[in-house]
Each structure stands twice: as C-alpha cells, then as structure tokens.
Design a protein around this ligand. Structure first.
Ligand code: SF4
Ligand code: MG
Length: 333
C-alpha cells in the first residue's frame, strides 16, 4: 500500500511569556513525532486534551508553521513548499472541524458556503458549480431544498454534514477530521461516522482522525497513534492496540472505556495526578510521575521508540534494552 503522508521529526514549539517578568518559555506542543499514513487508511491520533493532537493536524495542513521536521504529502515535502505550489496541494488536503457552528460562516447560505471553494480553486462555470453543489448536498444526506438556508437553521448533525460537504467538494485525497463528532449527540454521532465511512469508500479518501474518544476510534480506524504531552508513545493497528496495548499510558486510557471483545478481563487503572503542564514537562519519560511501572531510569532518561513488532511501536523503557531493570519491573507487576 502506497504511503500518502509521512511525518518526520515534526516539532511545533511555542514561546509564551510567563510569570511576573514575562520571561519567554518554550512550550513543546508537538515534540519530534513520526508516523506515516497509507493511501485509503484511517489513521487515528488519540490522547487527552492538550496532548498536541490538534496542533499536529493544523501543522500538517500548514494552518500553523512547523518549528522543524518534514511533512511529505504524496512525494512532496510541504514543509518547505512555496505558497503557490502549496495552494495547489491544499485542494487535495481538507479539514473537518469539531464545531461546525464555529467553522461555518453564519452570514452565508449553504449555497455560498459550498460554492466558495469551487470558485477559489476550480475553473467551473456557474451551471457546473451549482450542479456540483447540489450533488454533494445529496451525497451528504441533504438536498437542494437546503441551498438557501443559513447554518443556524440546521441541527448539529446537519451542520456537520455541511462541514463535510465543504471538505469533500474539491474531491480531496486526504481529510483531517478533528473531533468531528465530539460536539454531537451520541445518537447522531454514528450517522455522521457512517457518512464519513461511505464517503471514504466512494471517493477513496484517506483520513487522519483526531479524537479523545476511544470507542469511536475502535469503530472506525485502521491504525492508532497515542499521544502524551506532545509525543507519540505508541502506534499500532487498531485491533492490536485495543487487545494488546503496550505502553502504560495506553493501558490506562483503555482501562477506562468499555471495550468489545477484550482478550482478558481488565482492571481499571487509575492514573496518578493530572496531565502535567507542557510548559514544564517532567524529566526523562514525561509520563513517569503518573506511571505505575516507572523504573529509576525513567526519571533520568527519555525512552527511545522501539518496534515491538513490525506494525507496533512503543516509546517506553520497558521495551528497550534495559533488560535488568525491565526484568525487575516485570517481577513487580
Ligand atoms: Fe512508565 Fe518508564 Fe515506560 Fe515511561 S518509560 S511509560 S515511566 S515504564
Ligand atoms: Mg483539540
């Protein structure tokens, strides 16, 4: 399977003023992450709020500039691409946002909202444009009857359908969906997810699906990357991640949700304390203050990412060469 997107050593750092003297400190919102997404795949980024998953999505689309690293989309390194070429590529990469109400202009009708990308990016005449708009509305489960209505006249689920229509109208290859169903009622969530899956089949879309909701991720994604404090701590096929999680943080996240077909009965793992501030992350493995498997080395040294199997990688000392201490930790678990 062909790789569509490859993210290499991506970093997004912010300088923010802090304290009485407004000293500048560096916040590592995304800190040296690596992953690839294959064509046609649905790849998930999961983690608690503030872990850097939205920033990752926005950086890939260059809605914000990366601090360092490469973003290679279909063979083009877009981290260095000039604006004009980036514009052409951007047609092929679109975004669906969490809150369609905030992302749709309240003063524009559905017709205007959907025609705009066509006007900016395609050389269609008026008749063709309108045909495209009508057909995309139908595809997302609305109709031409809705053309001259405003966003506030729709339900949350319908508004997200409009947001999705706007994303797919240029027939992109790749869509980043950032918590696309989190703002919706549970009963509407599955309808919108099913629509996204249908569109994926119909238009051969590749998704980066950003969510904190593990049950949604289990239902619709092929592979998952788990993020914690700006780093990816584990990547695996969705099924492997849910049945055989390796990283202590993943295990804790999974223990908190009802999972279908668990291999073994799991015990709820309560994480100690809160997520630390990304402005002042703990030393070594940044998860160590909350980790019940922490070794002495974890406080001093950040773990490297190792391949547990060829489709499963994990960033934790328990899976690296610190055999002595690893054995010690396993004996205690
Ligand atoms: Fe826990 Fe150490 Fe692994 Fe970090 S490296 S997750 S602290 S065992
Ligand atoms: Mg977010």
């Amino acid at each position: 399977q062909k790789v569509l997107l490859s993210v290499k050593n991506l970093k997004k750092y912010y300088e923010i003023p802090q304290g009485l003297f407004k000293e500048k400190i560096t916040v590592k919102a995304v800190d040296d992450i690596n992953f690839t997404i294959k064509k046609g795949e649905t790849f998930a980024l999961v983690g608690e709020s503030g872990c850097g998953k939205s920033t990752t999505g926005r950086t890939i689309l260059k809605l914000t500039e990366p601090t360092d690293g490469k973003i290679i989309f279909d063979g083009n390194d877009i981290s260095t691409l000039p604006y004009k070429q980036m514009r052409t590529l951007r047609n092929r990469m679109q975004m669906v946002f969490q809150d369609p109400y905030a992302s749709l202009n309240p003063k524009k009708t559905v017709r205007e909202i959907l025609i705009e990308p066509l006007r900016v990016h395609k050389k269609f005449d008026n008749v063709t444009r309108l045909e495209k708009v009508k057909s995309i509305l139908e595809i997302v489960g609305l109709s031409e009857y809705h053309l001259d209505r405003y966003p506030h006249e729709f339900s949350g689920g319908q508004r997200q359908r409009i947001g999705i229509a706007r994303a797919v109208i240029l027939q992109p290859d790749f869509i980043i969906a950032d918590e696309p169903v989190s703002a919706l009622d549970v009963s509407v969530q599955s309808q919108v997810i099913n629509l996204m899956l249908e569109l994926q089949r119909e238009f051969e879309l590749t998704y980066l699906f950003i969510s904190h909701d593990l049950s949604v991720i289990q239902h619709m994604t092929d592979r998952v990357a788990v993020m914690y404090l700006g780093k990816i701590v584990e990547i695996a096929k969705t099924e492997d991640l849910f049945t055989n999680p390796k990283h202590p943080y993943t295990k804790a996240l999974l223990s908190a949700v009802p999972i279908t077909h668990p291999k073994e009965k799991k015990e709820r793992i309560i994480l100690k304390g809160d997520v630390p501030s990304p402005a002042n992350p703990p030393s070594g493995c940044t998860f160590h203050p909350r980790c019940s498997f922490a070794l002495d080395i974890c406080k001093k040294q950040a773990p490297i990412t190792t391949e547990y199997s060829n489709s499963h990688s994990v960033n934790c000392h328990l899976y690296t060469e610190f055999k002595e201490e690893t054995t010690h930790a396993i004996n205690h678990s």
